[in-house]
Design a protein. Structure first.
Length: 532
């Protein structure tokens, strides 16, 4: 029979803490707690009561400032009857069974807590406990706090006032009622995409691929000595441009940072597993979180198949996106269902995808749900590398036929890529020339199936630099504009095989500065070396 602790405090009863009621000796027996009104109570802590499953509040808590339920077995935290207008800190570290939070009514609590820390993956460590004590006595962090990295490579979630680290994304639905408030806070959200079910011991193709991907350093084809020499030769020539992701932007007070990664120990388990099913937990992410996210970093996940595009989402605040080392990923963003004629990814400035061996597409649309002309308006950098099964990147339709601010296009080692920005049939009929008004740099490397960048004729009036290697099916150069001659660094054999439209159309070899290169086709990479 469960033991029930009932605490009732009168208005003139002042208690500084509940240490005497939550000691280690009682933590295993304490199952259910009900707390009545108490005006003087400032701090409630059941940290370490591992058997605590239910906590009920009834009445007025006029002085309550902090509630700590770390390392408890709480599944549903019901705050609907908690009348605590001054509650500032809610700490739920190591609450591995937490599935939902039921928030107080808005008329009872005009302001949601200033500091919220939730972690449903790991138990709260002593370091976190010490940090929380220091935090309790310090003022609220300034809104310009930057995201830092912890020792194990994960982002330090305690650098923000609101940090949410979860494995089961269903808990994120709990924040829908307070979505407007999150819109005003710097929120750090981490998702562990690893499935929560038991794992059998053995070996799997997916695990082997991931092991190869990680152990090969920074190259998916790391076990191929020929390719390594090939890659090194190109690097020595300066063909490879900026192969490091731009730093994450410094967050502001209203920013939301999404970080998705498998826990290190979970990756170790799955690398020995068999019959591992693909996880789709990320699809449970509510639309409002997608709409307030400014930064998205998804990496080192063995299970996630794609990030969501739930109804009502537009990702219009996302500015920085990096997706890498996800061997199960088949798409980055699935076709949206409700974006027909609407803006999506309007603020996205930098997109970086790397080491995605199974991905077939980055973005895709269905005919009845095509984005507006202002979608991807601020995209400046588009980088992809080591995505051997990628077929195309971003399709163009009648409403969206250009990227007005794209400056840099870098693509490396995508063996199946045929076209970067494919055109719909109607778009081909209406637009004979596709213009990229700010495109300055094009780096293309080892794209053996690539036939075109976008349509037959691409006009880039500000083009300055073109570096191309291993794109033997690409026959047409972009049309330049103005008096600037773009500098072209490529294989001479490829240059000699290009097709030209003539001087009258500003498309002639004399309008480009071709640099001789010692790199020739006789060093062609065998297709069999690419992971299939």
């Amino acid at each position: 029979m469960e033991r029930v602790e009932l605490f009732e405090f009168s208005e003139n009863h002042t208690i500084q803490g509940m240490e005497s009621l939550t000691g280690a000796a009682r933590s295993s027996s304490l199952k259910t707690v009900t707390i009545g009104s108490c005006v003087g109570l400032e701090n409630i802590s059941f940290r370490g009561c591992q058997g605590l499953k239910d906590l009920f509040f009834t009445g007025l808590f006029a002085s309550l400032e902090k509630l700590d339920l770390s390392n408890t077995a709480i599944k549903i935290l019901d705050l609907r009857k908690l009348d605590a207008a001054h509650l500032k800190r809610l700490i739920l570290l190591g609450c591995k069974k937490l599935r939902a939070i039921l928030w107080p009514l808005k008329e009872q609590t005009p302001q949601i807590v200033e500091v919220l820390h939730i972690n449903t993956i790991k138990s709260a460590s002593s370091g976190q406990s010490k940090w929380e004590e220091e935090k309790a006595s310090a003022s609220t962090r300034s809104s310009s706090a930057a995201v830092t990295k912890s020792g194990n490579g994960r982002s330090a979630s305690f650098d923000s006032n609101w940090s949410i680290t979860v494995r089961d994304q269903t808990i994120l639905q709990s924040f829908v009622p307070v979505g407007d408030y999150l819109n005003q806070k710097y929120v750090h959200i981490e998702m562990d995409s690893y499935p929560s079910g038991d794992v059998a011991v053995g070996s799997s193709e997916g695990a082997q691929r991931f092991t190869c991907l990680r152990q090969s350093g920074n190259c998916l084809y790391g076990n191929d000595d020929i390719f390594q020499a090939h890659l090194q030769a190109a690097a020595n020539e300066g063909v490879i441009g900026m192969w490091s992701c731009p730093p994450i932007p410094a967050p502001k007070a209203e920013d939301c940072y999404l970080h998705i990664e498998d826990e290190a120990e979970m990756k170790s388990e799955q690398q020995q597993s068999s019959n591992v099913e693909t996880s789709t937990n990320a699809a449970l992410t509510p639309a409002f979180i997608c709409n307030i996210a400014k930064m998205l970093h998804m990496h080192n996940s063995l299970s996630i198949a794609g990030f969501p595009f739930p109804p009502g989402s537009n990702w219009n605040r996302l500015e920085w996106c990096q997706v890498e080392s996800c061997p199960k990923l088949r798409f980055v963003f699935p076709p949206p269902q409700e974006c027909g004629g609407k803006d999506i990814f309007y603020q996205l400035g930098r997109f970086w995808a790397s080491q995605l061996p199974e991905v077939h597409l980055i973005w895709s649309w269905i005919p009845q749900s095509q984005p507006s002309k202002d979608s991807f308006h601020w995209l400046k950098l588009l980088h992809l590398d080591r995505c051997p099964r990628l077929v195309y990147v971003l399709p163009f339709f009648l409403l969206m036929v250009t990227l007005p601010n794209l400056e840099t296009l870098e693509i490396m080692c995508c063996a199946d890529l045929t076209e970067v920005f494919p055109l719909s049939i109607k778009c081909q009929d209406k637009h004979s020339v596709i213009e990229f008004p700010r495109l300055r740099i094009i780096h293309l490397y080892e794209l053996p199936m690539m036939q075109r960048i976008c349509g037959h004729t691409l006009f880039a009036p500000r083009l300055e630099t073109i570096k191309i290697r291993g794109c033997w099916n690409l026959r047409h150069m972009p049309i330049r504009g103005g008096n600037i001659k773009p500098k072209v660094d490529c294989e001479k054999e490829w240059w000699d095989s290009l097709e030209w439209d003539g001087l009258e159309k500003n498309h002639h070899p004399s309008l480009y500065q071709m640099y001789s290169s010692p790199y020739y086709k006789n060093f062609q990479l065998p297709r069999s070396t690419i992971l299939r």
